[in-house]
Design a protein around this ligand. Structure first.
Ligand code: URA
Length: 318
């Protein structure tokens, strides 16, 4: 079956379709040894040999993106000089070498993105890109509205003022409270230090979103590959920001946002059922689901390249 050339390049994971079109127009793509610049060109991927910059498309390792729910008590790197368990121990069946995009503390759980797309990873970590990271934090005591405002506008840490953040009350327990905090930087222990600065140490921390990605119902220790849509969204953000940078357009400053004051729900901290807004999906609170037997059965997402994906999601129970 014949397919458009840019689609074949994009399907290899090498670039977005738009980028592939640029490459074609720039004369960087050959079919069976001949440069093609015609965007509508169709090829038979079984028969035709496509090269980008002289390299056979199939010889290029495809980009892969994986989302892991890091459990507490695991180091967020691939190896640890102290010999503690690392996220590498969770990645059964993953054959491509992928690297974590950023870190989470040993005692923090939640969403980690891993990829072999180095440039994209660098960009997502760069403060200039303002990638939102959303955490659920259980903190000691109950924050006043003033303390929430301080966090939202920026607090002075030893490495400088924090950029504006969004802080929402989620739930109040007897002596502690849960908050949802969105930050756009990635300093070491940032969330813990921010809460410490207003006198409310963090007791538990879980990352539930990273840019456009949501943890959803992955359990601690589970991972899945990004859907094509998620990967394309990430690549789209990356490409857009790169284009802005190339055009000399400075990033928009992070604007202080009025914290959304939500009345504490008074719901039991154990219910595990109340959701906060998270891309339209309910967010489970840290801890075991209240009713594991009622967890909806989830089918593994259809891989685009089955050769680089494990046959099914891996669940670690240990
Ligand atoms: N902020 C923290 O304090 N710890 C994390 O692991 C992530 C963000």
């Amino acid at each position: 079956m014949e397919v458009r050339l840019q689609k074949v390049i994009a399907a290899s994971g090498l670039a977005s379709r738009r980028k592939a079109e640029e490459w074609i127009a720039q004369g960087r793509v050959t079919i069976n040894g001949k440069i093609v610049r015609e965007l509508g060109t169709r090829i038979d991927p079984e028969r035709d040999h496509v090269k980008v910059d002289g390299r056979h498309l199939k010889a290029v390792e495809p980009y892969a993106y994986l989302l892991l729910n890091k459990p507490k008590g695991i180091v967020s790197t691939l190896n640890d000089p102290e010999g503690r368990p690392t996220i590498e121990h969770l990645l059964h069946g993953v054959t491509l070498r992928m690297f974590p995009v950023g870190r989470l503390d040993f005692d923090t759980e939640g969403l980690m993105l891993l990829t072999n797309h180095g440039e994209l990873a660098q960009a997502l970590l760069h403060p200039r890109y303002h990638v939102a990271k959303v955490y659920l934090a259980k903190v000691k005591g109950v924050l006043t509205d003033d303390e929430i405002d301080q966090l939202a506008q920026g607090v002075n840490l030893e490495d400088g003022m924090t950029a504006p953040a969004t802080v929402k009350k989620v739930r109040k327990a007897k002596e502690n409270s849960w908050l949802e905090v969105t930050i756009y930087e990635g300093r070491k222990h940032q969330v813990k230090r921010m809460f410490e600065a207003v006198g409310h140490p963090v007791l538990k921390l879980k990352r539930i979103r990273f840019g456009p990605l949501a943890l959803g119902d992955l359990l601690p220790g589970e991972f899945r590959y990004l859907t094509d849509r998620e990967a394309n969204t990430l690549r789209g953000i990356f490409q857009y920001k790169q284009e802005q940078e190339a055009a000399g357009i400075p990033p928009r400053p992070i604007r202080p946002q009025k914290p959304v004051r939500q009345a504490p729900t008074g719901q039991s901290a154990r219910s595990g059922e109340r959701s906060v807004r998270s891309g339209g999906q309910p967010t489970r609170f840290p801890g075991k689901p209240a009713h594991p037997s009622r967890e909806p059965a989830r089918r593994p997402r259809r891989p685009t390249d089955s050769a680089r994906r494990p046959p099914r999601r891996i669940r670690r129970t240990a």
